[in-house]
Design a binder for this molecule. Structure first.
Ligand SMILES: Cc1cc2nc3c(=O)[nH]c(=O)nc-3n(C[C@H](O)[C@H](O)[C@H](O)COP(=O)(O)OP(=O)(O)OC[C@H]3O[C@@H](n4cnc5c(N)ncnc54)[C@H](O)[C@@H]3O)c2cc1C
Length: 332
């Protein structure tokens, strides 16, 4: 058996251990389930290959294996088909088309700070924004990221009920950052799609875009959080040093862009996942209406009947709640 076959066989064993973890037992992290088997791998090269494949789960979920639920492993993917669709010029262009076609009154750069449903307001929801505007409505649909809910970025009066805050805190919110490095010319093999660098201390995964001489680093979980502490220049220097060990003739990048989603107050991270202890019931609580039916909840973290953490999840949950609110309006 060659190295890759051996690695595949070890990985299969590890995934079997994850999938066969007894339902009746208390949830523990994926890392805790596989640690003993992983520690048994004596060959250093093999440990790195297996470690690289495990790190792909962390990239996908945006969290470390030490944080992810074993019992809910795979649930977030719902019945989603393999991702095949990309949209030219980004998802914003898709949203713009919907907005234009239906003439929707979308107000950009409008930061909600307070939502109030006071006893005196007869069930009417009052929404206040940072620039001092006020809106009133019968219902409100909240779709801010789970990270912002964890940070309690909007003040609710009365406050968000405890059962929902419990779910907000229980569900995981991953972090995936990207570092774009543009070079004056390519120094890697033109037909490469990815470059993976594995050391004993870290795993780096780059997507290659030879047409624009760009490498994009994907950094997830604690690795991504660590990067957010550094300046752009420090981050770029770290990456150049590790790439330089493989490509000694490479030149320094001419441009770069480093995302810091954990520090972005309107993101506070990237997308949801099942942290240890979280399950579909948690997602249902995130989706459940509150404040006597005045406040509704959608967004990728609430899509209990499908996937979690994807664009599809956000879209489906938005449709679910919009239909529900429409029904309520018809009946009132
Ligand atoms: C790096 C990265 C790569 C990804 N890749 C993919 C992929 O390949 N395929 C895929 O399907 N999904 C991908 N996703 C996930 C996908 O982008 C999200 O699941 C999806 O965008 C979630 O939609 P949402 O509407 O729930 O939340 P968001 O898209 O986060 O929208 C929430 C909105 O709320 C706004 N907001 C926050 N606070 C306030 C406030 N106080 N007042 C007013 N507005 C506020 C934010 O500005 C934001 O516009 C990726 C995510 C990241 C970060």
């Amino acid at each position: 058996m060659d190295l890759i076959d051996q690695a595949e066989s070890i990985l299969q064993q590890l995934f079997t251990a994850i999938k066969q973890y007894p339902r009746e037992k208390e949830d523990i992290s994926i890392f805790n389930v596989i640690r003993d088997e992983y520690d048994k791998i004596e060959d250093e090269k093999m440990r790195r290959i297996v470690g690289m494949c495990l790190a792909a789960i962390e990239d996908h979920e945006g969290s470390d294996l030490t944080e992810l639920s074993t019992k809910s492993y795979g649930v977030a993917d719902g019945n989603l088909d393999a991702p095949v669709l990309t949209i030219d010029n980004g998802l914003g262009s898709f949203i713009k088309q919907i907005v234009n076609r239906h003439n929707l009154p979308v107000e950009l750069n409008t930061i909600v700070t307070h939502i109030e449903i006071s006893n005196q307001s007869n069930g009417i929801v009052h929404i206040s924004t940072l620039d001092g505007r006020h809106y009133s409505s019968k219902y409100v649909l909240i779709t801010i990221p789970l990270g912002c809910l964890k940070a309690r970025s909007i003040v609710f009066n009365p406050s968000i009920p405890d059962w929902k805050l419990l779910a907000v805190d229980k569900m995981g919110f991953g972090l995936l950052n990207k570092v774009f490095l543009q070079f004056s010319s390519i120094f890697w093999e033109e037909n490469l799609q990815n470059i993976d660098i594995i050391t004993n201390h870290y795993y780096q995964f780059y997507i290659c875009m030879p047409e624009s001489c760009i490498l994009v680093l994907y950094a997830a979980g604690s690795y991504a959080r660590e990067f957010e502490q550094y300046t752009d220049e420090e981050t770029v220097q770290t990456l150049v040093t590790s790439l330089g060990r493989i490509y000694p003739l490479m030149t320094d990048p001419i441009k770069w862009l480093v995302t810091r989603r954990a520090h972005d107050p309107y993101a506070c991270g990237s997308y949801s996942n099942f942290a240890v202890g979280a399950d579909l019931e948690t997602v249902k609580e995130l989706a459940r209406e509150s404040h006597d039916g005045g406040v509704h909840w959608a967004g990728e973290n609430t899509n209990y009947s499908g996937s979690i953490g994807y664009v599809d999840s956000a879209f489906e949950s938005g449709q679910r709640e919009a239909k529900y609110i429409q029904e309520k309006l018809k009946q009132s």
